[in-house]
Design a protein around this ligand. Structure first.
Ligand code: GLP
Length: 258
């Protein structure tokens, strides 16, 4: 796509990429200290791509002056992209638990400020609408982190998906359940059938988007994404091309020709 991404940060290895991105995020978080209350919430993602990133970020932030860290904690506000439906929040495979394990716990963030859709609600569509309204009331997302699904999804916006889709309940595709089976003992049949996800509408309203893609397994989808001339519902991530401020962070394995 012409002009997509607006910025490409490529590094030879995943470790070098994580180092550079965690440093960028740390400096963004430091800037927030100067203007607490005026910054929009962070948009956070889960998944294997994010694990080393959160570990590196925790390491960096843990070295901060305790007063600065306390200020960061007190002003923390984040909205995650998505959550499985039907898993208890305490289930080790829920995204709520993922965030508590990788970020909330280590940084001692106040649990209510680390928000995710309520995958335990009986009425998922109402929970999705409530989440959308809560995000809107908080001013929408400032900096959005995104991983890339092997079928081109972002959040759980499965193909086909257009840019005007809102926070909602989605049915997960077979390929996504396969992709995420690792967290479920390798058995895709036990991956929940549905999830609540922010839509492309809310994602595209973020101020600043960082798409993070690492590893050879993502090379085919990244290649397809970069080869497209126009956004296409069959590759939901391609709608990021209509945003004015997207940075692609990719390692050499993900950028290699598949
Ligand atoms: C998952 C999640 C996304 C995640 C993406 C990539 O299904 N819903 O939020 O960013 O797919 O996952 P991974 O980083 O594990 O490859």
């Amino acid at each position: 796509m012409q002009g997509f991404p607006h910025r490409l940060e490529q590094r030879p290895t995943k470790a070098a990429l994580i180092e550079a991105l965690s440093s960028h995020l740390e400096s963004k978080l430091r800037q927030r200290l100067a203007s607490p209350g005026r910054c929009k919430p962070l948009g956070l993602a889960t998944g294997r791509t994010m694990e080393p990133l959160y570990a590196a970020l925790v390491q960096r932030l843990s070295a901060w002056d305790p007063t600065d860290l306390a200020t960061l904690r007190a002003g923390w506000s984040s909205f995650n992209l998505d959550e499985y439906q039907g898993l208890p929040a305490a289930d080790s495979r829920s995204y709520r638990r993922f965030m508590e394990t990788h970020l909330g716990g280590p940084l001692q963030l106040p649990a209510p400020s680390l928000r995710l859709p309520d995958g335990t609600a009986e009425d998922g569509e109402t929970a999705a609408e409530d989440y959308r309204m809560a995000l809107q009331a908080a001013g929408g997302i400032g900096l959005q982190l995104l991983g890339l699904g092997s079928n081109g999804h972002v959040g759980f916006n499965e193909p086909p998906c257009g840019p005007r889709t809102r926070c909602r309940v989605v049915t997960l595709s077979g390929s996504t359940r396969e992709q995420n089976a690792g967290m479920f003992g390798g058995d895709s049949a036990t991956v929940p059938m549905r999830a609540i996800t922010l839509g492309l509408d809310e994602i595209l309203m973020a101020e600043d988007i960082h798409l993070v893609v690492t590893g050879a397994s993502k090379a085919p989808v990244l290649h397809a994404l970069l080869a497209l001339e126009h956004p296409d519902d069959r590759l939901p991530a391609s709608w990021l091309g209509s945003h004015r401020q997207v940075c692609l962070w990719a390692d050499a394995e993900a950028l290699q020709h598949p």
